[in-house]
Design a binder for this molecule. Structure first.
Ligand code: NAD
Ligand code: DAU
Length: 340
């Protein structure tokens, strides 16, 4: 089987490409990535020379390029991770989110229709469901929870999901959608909470916590997300949505304190800063469908996953020190200057 993994030089796509190359040597994995600020070829260096792997640089919104690529390659399965993924950036500049996350999906699906594929898989997010109240732990997101988005990022991801369903119903395109909760683990870009806290704590820099740090996320170790997608593309039912999550709800403040504790750094590094506009309160997934239908089970709880993640950042300093010493400095100064 030949797989196209778009956005495979990013965090989750990169981990997924590693998993495909290592656990499915019979398949050929092609990563397509535009190498935006979030894409990093160093993430792929452990698999770059493997015989069942190839990297192609390109943009999912570039129609001519995508058409040529599909005409040449004859992919069996397309897994689309490519996206603008950071909520805070979508608040600063929504335009690129609409272009990549919606029009990019249309471009890919048009090529899938034209050249024929066995499955188009859209990697979506729990954020399409909006948020849940903090004082109702009994409430979870189910696959039929109404779409109700808060940020330009989540609105763009929800729009893509609607378009994927429309291509399935109108054109009969074979599709699946997965909606996962917050991921963490190796190769996570340090604009996101967990790698940002690890990298700043190691440099004894202040840790910005939005609002009171009470918002809750449902954290899943990245390889557990990847194993779920692997099951869906092989055994998932055509036209279905699958929620992915491991019941690991933790408040932001608790996440930060846990990292500081493991790194033996003082809590005095914590600085409460201005809240994110439209900040979702709580995400919590019900993964019963993927567990019962496909037999998926996560391997890690938050306590073990966060230790493994911290160990990875400690032994792979080169990977993230390159990032935080470059253009990232300007990004941080710009994004956080008005939050103090
Ligand atoms: P990321 O920002 O780390 O990686 C995105 C990748 O897409 C980068 O390598 C980037 O270069 C590439 N890309 C961006 N625009 C492109 C374009 N026009 N053409 C080709 N490549 C392009 O993101 P991530 O955290 O790995 O997220 C991957 C996917 O998973 C996204 O679709 C995101 O919405 C979804 N998701 C993320 C999480 C999470 O916690 N990070 C949770 C659920 C779902
Ligand atoms: O839920 C899945 C989503 O998780 C994905 O779809 C997104 O692509 C991914 O970025 C992530 O979105 P979040 O907004 O939840 O992740 P982020 O790491 O940006 O923030 C996590 C929480 O931490 C959130 O409540 C905001 C807060 N936060 C974040 C940053 C960057 C802080 O308090 N301080 C910070 O500096």
């Amino acid at each position: 089987m030949k797989l196209l993994v778009t956005g495979g030089a990013g965090f989750i796509g990169g981990n997924f490409a590693h998993m495909m190359v290592n656990s499915h040597p019979e398949d050929e994995t092609v990563v397509l990535d535009a190498l935006t600020y979030a894409g990093n070829l160093e993430t792929l260096s452990p698999i770059m020379d493997r015989p069942n792997f190839r990297f192609v640089k390109g943009d999912i919104t570039d129609r001519d390029f995508i058409d040529d690529l599909f005409a040449k390659e004859h992919f069996d399965i397309v897994v689309n991770f490519a996206a603008e993924s950071h909520v805070d950036r979508s608040i600063e500049d929504p335009g690129i989110f609409l272009k990549t996350n919606i029009l990019g999906v249309q471009t890919l699906m048009d090529a899938c229709r034209k050249y024929g594929i066995q499955r188009y898989h859209q990697v979506s997010t729990d954020e399409v469901y909006g948020d849940l109240p903090l004082d109702r732990p009994d409430l979870l997101f189910h696959e039929d929870t109404p779409i109700h988005t808060s940020s330009p990022y989540s609105a763009s991801k929800a729009s893509a999901d609607l378009l994927v369903n429309a291509y399935h119903r109108t054109f009969g395109l074979p599709v699946t959608i997965s909606r996962c909760s917050n991921n963490y683990g190796p190769y996570h870009f340090p604009e996101k909470l967990i790698p940002l806290v690890i990298s700043r704590a190691l440099a004894d820099e202040s840790i910005p916590v939005y609002g009171e740090g009470a918002n809750v996320r449902d954290w899943l170790y990245v390889t557990d997300h990847c194993s779920a997608i692997d099951l869906i593309i092989r055994n998932g039912r055509d036209g279905e949505v699958y929620n992915i999550g491991g019941h690991n709800e933790v408040s932001n403040l608790e996440v930060v304190k846990t990292i500081l504790r493991v790194l033996n750094k003082p809590e005095s590094l914590i600085h409460f800063v201005k809240d994110r506009p439209g900040h979702d309160l709580r995400y919590a997934m019900d993964p019963t469908k993927i567990e019962t239908e496909l037999g998926w089970k996560p391997e890690y709880r938050f306590e073990s996953g966060i230790r493994k993640t911290i160990e990875w950042y400690l032994s792979n300093r080169d990977w993230w020190e390159h990032i935080v010493s470059g253009e990232y400095q300007n990004y941080y100064a710009k994004m956080y200057k008005d939050r103090q």
